[in-house]
Structure formats: structure tokens, C-alpha cells
Design a protein around this ligand. Structure first.
Ligand code: DGL
Length: 268
């Protein structure tokens, strides 16, 4: 199975792309909805939560791990790669590569959680790829709870999105990285507020392409992955709200199962 995790339901935007690019394989998803958002938490806490989610997915039979969260990718992926001996994919590098390719005027915007923006990982990697790129970053933390609330079309959400994106519009960026897997839920609104001519990069889509390429090139791993559509979705807190948002986003009725991530995973 392909194991995918996020702090909440944002990672479903990555699941959707994995379904698009790799529809033969079973997916195992865990969203830590009880403890989301992660984006304002400290590094050590985020790492601990990332270990718990990875343990859970491996225990359930995942053979590949996709970190469907920029915050965890920014602060914990090196530690995950050190600890676990399975292929682990993250969203930051694929997003950066796509932005470098897309920008013409070399002015790239990045919105993400505070933890992601403060880590400066996007600036670092964008500059490493091309010194001439100017990077304009902005934390947009309120968009995460608005998505978790399924407030996609509310006027309040439009107002907040404008507040975050208008300054980037003024910087005349031609490319914007959605450096939080919750944000693709708001892609249309974000595009409207930042300017329709700005290319929007969804790192979730980019990582799906990377995972596909990897699986195509690694027969040994491919053989180990379960095929079919018996996907499983776990959350650490199950509410009507998450269920509705998840069904809506994936365009099909899915069964969310509640699991206590802080308990011994053997009991899960
Ligand atoms: N969706 C996650 C990300 O990509 C985390 C959002 C949060 O939990 O704050 O950053």
C-alpha cells in the first residue's frame, strides 16, 4: 500500500493526485485531525507526530510513505529518512522544481504555514536551483482551519485570502507555490486573488508524478504494493464535518475510521 499522511484532511489533495497518476494501487491515509493544525507548533512536536503517523502506516502495511504535508516535509523529513528504511517522499522539492520551470520573470511567491515559512526551506531550495529567483513568502495560517471547517465559499474566507494574497500580487510574482496541502481546496479563490495570470504550483501534484516515476522504475517495490481500490482512510478525530469535506473533495463516499494515534499502534 501507499501510505500517505498529513495533520488533517489537507493531505487528501495529495491522495486525489495519487489516484490520478497511480490508480492501480491501494492507498492508506491517516490525518491527525485531533491535533491539527501543526503549522504553528514547534519542530520537536511536529517530528514526534510525524514518527507516530509513520509507525502507524508501516504497521498497517504501507511500503512507501508520502508525507502529504509541507510543514512536516519542511521540518521532519530528514529525521524520518534516517529512522525508517522505506522510500519516503516529501512535497517541498517537487514543488520547487515545478516553480523553477514555470517562472519567467523569476519572481516566485510562496504561501504556507508559519512553520513552513519560518523554516525558509523554499527560499533555500529556490535559490539553490536559480540564484536569480526572487522569493516572496507569506504565512497564511488561517486558511488551514477554514479548509478544515469546509468554509471554502464563505465571504470571510474570501476576505482573508485577499489579505494574504494582495501583497504578493503587488510584488508581481508570476508563479505561486501552494506550500500547504490544505490550500488546493482554495485554488480557484487563491488564483482569483493573486491574479489569474499567475501560475499556481500544487506540490501535491508534483509529488504524485515523482512517486509514479519511482514506482515505474522500481519493480521490487511495485510488486510489494497492494493493487485495487480498497483504500483505507484513518483520522484521529472523526466528525461529520471531516466526513463531509472528505467525501466532497474526493468526489466519492469514503469511510473514515477513527484511530487513536497516541495509543500503542498494536491496538489500532
Ligand atoms: N497541510 C499541512 C501543510 O501542508 C499542515 C497544515 C497545518 O496542520 O497547519 O503544511
Amino acid at each position: 500500500m501507499i501510505g500517505i499522511f498529513d495533520s488533517g484532511i489537507g493531505g487528501l489533495t495529495v491522495v486525489k493526485k495519487i489516484f490520478e497518476y497511480l490508480n492501480r494501487y491501494q492507498v492508506l491515509y491517516i490525518g491527525d485531525t485531533a491535533r491539527a493544525p501543526y503549522g504553528d507548533r514547534g519542530k520537536e512536536v511536529i517530528k514526534r507526530y510525524a514518527f507516530q503517523a509513520t509507525d502507524f502506516l508501516l504497521h498497517k502495511g504501507a511500503k512507501i510513505i508520502v508525507v502529504a504535508c509541507n510543514t512536516i516535509s519542511a521540518v521532519a523529513v530528514d529525521d524520518l529518512k534516517k529512522k525508517y528504511n522505506v522510500p519516503i517522499f516529501e512535497v517541498v522539492n517537487p514543488g520547487v522544481r515545478a516553480a523553477v520551470k514555470a517562472t519567467k520573470n523569476k519572481r516566485v511567491g510562496v504561501i504556507g504555514t508559519r512553520a513552513t515559512i519560518n523554516s525558509k526551506i523554499y527560499e533555500k531550495l529556490l535559490h539553490k536551483a536559480d540564484k536569480k529567483i526572487q522569493v516572496f513568502t507569506r504565512p497564511a495560517p488561517l486558511l488551514v482551519p477554514l479548509v478544515e471547517e469546509n468554509w471554502i465559499k464563505k465571504p470571510e474566507t474570501k476576505m482573508i485570502a485577499k489579505r494574504y494574497l494582495h501583497p504578493l500580487r503587488l510584488k508581481q510574482i508570476d508563479t505561486l507555490i501552494l506550500a500547504c496541502t490544505h490550500y488546493p481546496f482554495l485554488k480557484k479563490l487563491i488564483s482569483l486573488k493573486v491574479g489569474k495570470n499567475v501560475t499556481i504550483i500544487d506540490p501535491g501534484e508534483e509529488v504524485a508524478k515523482v512517486v509514479k516515476k519511482y514506482i515505474d522504475q522500481h519493480r521490487d517495490i511495485e510488486k510489494m504494493l497492494k493493487k485495487g481500490s480498497r483504500h483505507q482512510f484513518f483520522v484521529s478525530d472523526k466528525t461529520e464535518k471531516f466526513q463531509t469535506a472528505a467525501n466532497h473533495w474526493l468526489g466519492t463516499k469514503i469511510k473514515l475510521k477513527k484511530v487513536d494515534m497516541y495509543m500503542n499502534i498494536e491496538q489500532a
